[in-house]
Design a protein around this ligand. Structure first.
Ligand SMILES: N[C@@H](CCC[C@H](N)C(=O)O)C(=O)O
Length: 285
């Protein structure tokens, strides 16, 4: 079966996008297609698959599948790319766009130069801080801030929250020494997280800048994670390293995102979105 795709990235977090405004691909292929198309050796190579589709309640809908075929509920870098796609490709030509995700309707504002989107600002909604909402085992109504998290190798201090998806933030003194490869996957798949978790290792540079490296649930190490960058900022504020209301730059391997936890409790994310290629993929199920 031939699949028409577009590859895009936001701060190096790349996905293959399918346009269901134009094509009628059936949803029963998405999970397997994500696993095959994301493979860098035998597919196109990406961090997963994103579906752009018509929505009854918003300007468009978005679904996100990780590299292992699991479906997630939100994707910050994906939201910015979807906004660019539907604006630049004239599907919805508005500077303010609504995008329906499995974790609610997100509001995106595109910044346009020479008739094309160069940056997108997204209202990512409110973080949920209770254990039951992350979810994480333990007292359901407790917060998880700088909590001891014993592992066979060592004990870590974690701050966990839900921001469209589950995130666990670990502060480190030097980002280069963060145990991303050794412990990222172990934390992400730990049984204390019944839905697994994305994992962010974060170094506080100063009150307005963080360095962050990410292990994404269902994908592994990526160059950037939008929801993860937002979680890093929430974690830094909850631990007293940064302040609510301020713009904080999160420096990821693939680029910078600017995040603000506004006084109305919503998280705002600003960052790039870029086209890579259009093509046809030969999908053998
Ligand atoms: N890269 C994304 C998040 C994608 C989903 C995540 N791996 C999950 O399973 O929750 C982002 O930019 O937010």
């Amino acid at each position: 079966m031939q699949i028409a795709f577009t590859k895009m990235h936001g701060a190096g977090n790349s996905y293959i996008y399918l346009d269901l405004f134009q094509y009628d691909y059936k949803e029963d292929i998405f999970s397997e297609l994500a696993q095959k198309i994301a493979n860098v050796h035998t597919g196109i190579g990406s961090d997963g698959l994103i579906i752009i589709q018509p929505s009854k309640t918003a300007d468009c809908g978005m679904r996100i599948f990780n590299k292992d075929g699991s479906e997630a509920t939100n994707c910050g870098n994906g939201l910015r790319c979807v906004a660019k796609y539907i604006f630049d490709r004239h599907i919805v030509r508005q500077e303010q766009l609504t995008i329906e995700t499995k974790s609610g309707i997100m509001l995106a504002q595109v910044v346009v130069q020479d008739d094309s989107v160069i940056e997108v600002i997204v209202d990512m909604g409110r973080p949920l801080l209770l254990r039951k909402d992350i979810p994480m085992l333990g007292n359901p109504n407790e917060l998880v801030i700088n909590e001891i998290f014993p592992l066979p190798q060592q004990s870590l201090l974690v701050t966990a929250l839900f921001l469209g998806n589950p995130n666990t933030v670990v502060f480190v003194n030097a980002i280069e020494q963060a145990p991303l490869r050794t412990l990222g996957g172990i934390i992400a798949n730990d049984m204390r997280f019944p839905h697994r978790s994305n994992v962010e290792f974060v170094e506080v540079v100063h009150a307005k800048a963080l360095k962050c490296r990410v292990w994404e649930r269902g994908t592994g190490i990526t160059e950037a994670c939008g929801t993860g960058a937002c979680a890093a900022v929430v974690g830094a504020i909850l631990n007293g390293f940064c302040q609510k209301g301020e713009e904080i730059v999160v420096q990821l391997s693939g680029g910078d995102l600017v995040i603000r936890w506004a006084d109305n409790d919503h998280i705002w994310m600003r960052g790039p979105a870029e086209f890579i290629a259009d093509g046809i993929y030969e999908f053998l199920s």
